[in-house]
Ligand binder design. Structure first.
Ligand code: SF4
Length: 456
């Protein structure tokens, strides 16, 4: 029996898919290269944005064709799917599961079970308060050996007015420190170089077992303390996290950004640069608060690269208010922004607002921000020319190696397949908007010899 998982959404969903794969393999399934070759297809979906929901509906049509060719094919929908979407989709899938249901599946021999065995009871528009974090105990089938996503918490208590996460993931629930550290230490022992800590509101991490933090730990804030602990693990090279809420960036968390293994990049979602809009979004900070926070962060770590998320065309956003977002963008000088045009999600507070910015106007604002981002990013990238950056290679294609620098810049250079999963010092020769072209620096060649690494 073969399975195939299609994953939509954020890194948290990707990480969940690694656990789903582990459950299926434990129960005798083998990975299939494509949905066409599978007996079981899992769609780990996200209905946090309308575009993501549209993709699920697009899939449904493709599955109908697949089922004509393979009548035995079973299809499961799982992940962050809102109750309303579940209700609409329930007849299109054989099973609809919550993420924490997968832990239960790991406890018995997984055959395509009777619908009664895995109940669809949660198909109703249920908002469960506290997710069952036991599914974190499933040992994932990591996609990469050299880099791993490690979820440390799930859910969110912030209730930003546009966001479906608190409804699909429930309230914040954190993994135990002991549990997280055991996973990270094991990963490091097996050669993992980079850890990405995940959580919908990652810096609101509140574990129950704080006694497991070492006595020598510099910090009291649990998230800062966790970063400190992970920074002590000898063979790890890089640590980062996503996504923090600006209001939870305490002084200690900011200080922890300077720990030696932290990457030189912070993703800090701002969403808008206008106080009125931020208030309607229920973000709990003003544009000034955000700018002050950026100043504080840059004081601690002057060359840190900042990324963000922005929604354009939020209900009631005037042209003037959008211009305030542009102003904030320029003041901060983000290196990258993930831009979204607002679309209402059922059940959220903003869904009750009048979605009064026409689609064409949303697109216009999106284009303006996109152009601004490209301009700023290119200018910033040009400053890397002549500099040496440290690159963890994660891809090889046609004689070229690709990887991220500590600043999360995509870097390309000539290399060999065997370089994937290793870190190289690369001198940047040319800068583009989304990629930096470079050459392995002589300095690193010497280092590589010392490491008996003959690929450089
Ligand atoms: Fe959603 Fe993030 Fe706001 Fe939580 S903090 S409600 S995950 S946007």
């Amino acid at each position: 029996m073969k399975y195939h998982i299609t994953t939509y959404g954020c890194q948290m969903n990707k990480s969940d898919s690694e656990r789903i794969a582990a459950v299926l393999e434990k129960n005798g399934f083998k990975p299939a290269k494509s949905e066409k070759q599978a007996d079981l297809v899992v769609v780990n979906a996200c209905s946090v944005r309308q575009s993501a929901v549209d993709r699920i509906y697009g899939k449904v049509r493709a599955f109908a064709k697949l089922k004509i060719k393979n009548a035995k094919l079973k299809i499961i929908l799982t992940g962050c799917v809102l109750g309303e979407d579940r209700e609409k989709l329930k007849n299109q899938f054989d099973y609809i599961l919550n993420i924490d249901d997968w832990k239960k599946i790991s406890n018995f021999k997984f055959q395509i079970p009777n619908k009664s065995k895995i109940q669809n009871s949660k198909i109703q528009n249920t908002r469960y308060e506290m997710p069952d974090t036991n599914y974190f105990h499933i040992k994932p089938r990591y996609t990469e050996k050299f880099r791993a996503y490690v979820p440390i918490m799930t859910g969110c208590n912030n209730f930003c007015s546009y966001c479906a996460v608190p409804y699909v993931r429930g309230r914040e629930a954190s993994r135990d420190v002991g549990d997280v550290l055991a996973e990270v230490k094991k990963l490091a022992k097996n050669g993992c170089l980079e850890i990405i800590l995940l959580g919908q509101n990652v810096n609101a991490y509140q574990p129950a077992d704080v006694e497991n933090f070492s006595k020598k730990n510099l910090y009291k804030h649990p998230f800062a303390a966790l970063l400190w602990e992970i920074n002590q693990i000898p063979s790890l090279e890089r640590v980062h996290f996503t996504a923090p809420h600006p209001a939870d960036m305490s002084d200690e968390v900011i200080d922890a950004l300077t720990l030696p293994k932290m990457v030189n990049y912070l993703h800090l979602p701002v969403q808008a640069g206008d106080d009125e809009v931020l208030k309607r979004m229920n973000r709990n900070y003003t544009a000034r608060d955000f700018l002050n926070l950026v100043e504080k962060i840059r004081k601690k770590k002057p060359d840190i690269v900042l990324g963000t998320d922005i929604i354009v065309g939020f209900p009631g956003e005037t042209k003037k208010q959008f211009e305030n977002t542009l102003k904030l963008y320029k003041k901060v000088g983000f290196d990258i922004a993930y831009l979204a045009m607002y679309s209402p999600r059922a059940g959220t507070a903003a869904a009750k607002f009048v979605d009064d910015v026409p689609r064409q106007e949303k697109k216009r604002r999106w284009n303006i921000l996109q152009d601004l981002m490209k301009k700023i990013t290119l200018k910033k990238n040009k400053k890397y020319v002549g500099k040496v950056v440290s690159v963890l290679v994660d891809e090889y294609k046609d004689g070229k190696c690709f990887g991220n620098s500590l600043e999360m810049k995509r870097v390309r250079f000539s290399g060999k397949k065997g370089m994937v999963g290793k870190i190289f010092e690369v001198k940047i020769k040319k800068a583009f908007e989304w990629i930096l072209d470079g050459r392995i620096s002589t300095q690193k060649k010497f280092f590589c010899k010392l490491q008996k690494n003959f690929f450089c």
